[in-house]
Design a protein around this ligand. Structure first.
Ligand code: FES
Length: 112
């Protein structure tokens, strides 16, 4: 498994970007714990960061695609507003161990 970061480096209402063997991901902290999504908007396949590793959120905590304003629930990945409403981000399995977030091996990461 690949270590991404310490859990306490994450905060609700913000996100971190990582490159993985399967492509870029967005890592967020939700009330249910860390969640990761492909850094690909379902509308036009563009990245969700407006600058490398910089993401937009609504005051209510929705992740906003900077290109055309699609809004996503951080916990479910569902698009709740915008041009791809009803679609969803693609989940990337992560796990928490020893206070760190790890990319699960299913993502093509190193299994050592
Ligand atoms: S590419 Fe994300 S809303 Fe259009």
């Amino acid at each position: 498994m690949k270590k991404l970061c310490a859990v306490d480096e994450l905060a609700e209402g913000s996100a971190k970007a990582f490159d993985t063997p399967g492509g870029g991901i967005v890592l967020l902290l939700t009330v249910e714990g860390p969640r990761a999504w492909r850094n690909v908007c379902p509308h036009q396949g563009r990245s969700l960061d407006f600058a490398p590793g910089e993401f937009l959120f609504t005051p209510t905590g929705l992740l906003v695609c900077p290109h055309h304003g699609a809004c996503f629930e951080p916990g479910s990945g569902a698009c709740t507003d915008g041009p791809c409403q009803g679609s969803a981000l693609t989940a990337v399995p992560v796990t928490v161990k020893d206070g760190h977030v790890w990319l699960a091996p299913q993502d093509g990461a190193d299994r050592r």
